[in-house]
Design a protein around this ligand. Structure first.
Ligand SMILES: [Zn+2]
Length: 226
């Protein structure tokens, strides 16, 4: 689907400039934005999304083939997910980006949130978390059996999302204030920039690593980034 004559200059950009003084321009940007299911199509909920399937990125054939190999490697996603985690953290998890689609491929904007978890203590040796304070249950860890449990100073947060909740579906934005429109436009623009950053990072990884087959322990062969 990608012409082999296409050079890197034709790379598809997700982010767009929007005049945030113009109600019409912001409304057109938000209403015209690509959307995708938040769960499965039967759920009928959609949100702002970016089609990040390889054929849609405007890359040359060689790079597309290389990325095709890379997306089979789970380590590749860990690096990209750092970018996603940064976006989520900046929005206090009220907004979260996540992959959806049969084989990933679509980056979707989700609503979510965070709250203090119920965990009160953890094991400094093996990391096991526990719902009771060491004042109640002592310092011995039930998993590794070492006396290395300590209380959390601040309980870790629990992150949740609403994968079934649609975002601005069938919204005409008519009764939105200009401020609300600006806020939403900035959020979606930042989401689009995240998609661009993910592509840039993916290209960087592709250019700086080669895949080699390494035999790991007994009979499993897996691909690793080197
Ligand atoms: Zn332990």
């Amino acid at each position: 689907m990608v012409s082999s004559k296409k050079g890197p200059s034709s790379r598809h950009l997700f982010s767009k400039r929007v005049d945030k003084r113009s109600r019409a321009e912001m409304t057109a940007y938000l209403s015209g934005h690509f959307r995708y299911d938040t769960m499965r199509s039967w759920n009928r909920s959609t949100s702002y999304a970016c089609n990040m399937k390889l054929y849609n990125l405007g890359l040359d054939r060689e790079m597309t083939d290389k990325l095709w190999d890379l997306i089979q490697v789970s380590e590749f996603y860990y690096q990209l997910n750092d970018l996603i985690e940064g976006f989520n953290r900046r929005h206090n998890y009220l907004w979260q980006a996540g992959w959806n689609g049969r084989s990933g491929g679509y980056l979707v904007l989700y609503e979510g949130g965070s709250e203090p978890s119920e965990y009160r203590s953890y094991c400094t040796y093996c990391g096991q978390k526990n719902y009771t304070s060491i004042a109640k249950t002592g310092t011995r860890c039930g998993v590794c059996n070492k006396g290395t449990r300590v209380d959390f100073i601040k309980p870790p947060i629990k992150i949740f999302s609403y994968p079934g909740r649609s975002v601005d579906m069938d919204e005409d934005f008519e009764d939105w204030s200009i401020y609300e429109l600006q806020q939403r436009t900035e959020l979606v623009q930042e989401f689009d920039r995240l998609a661009d950053d993910i592509v840039v990072e993916a290209l960087y990884i592709a250019q700086n690593h080669s895949l080699e087959e390494r035999t790991v322990y007994i009979p499993t062969t897996e691909l690793v980034l080197v």
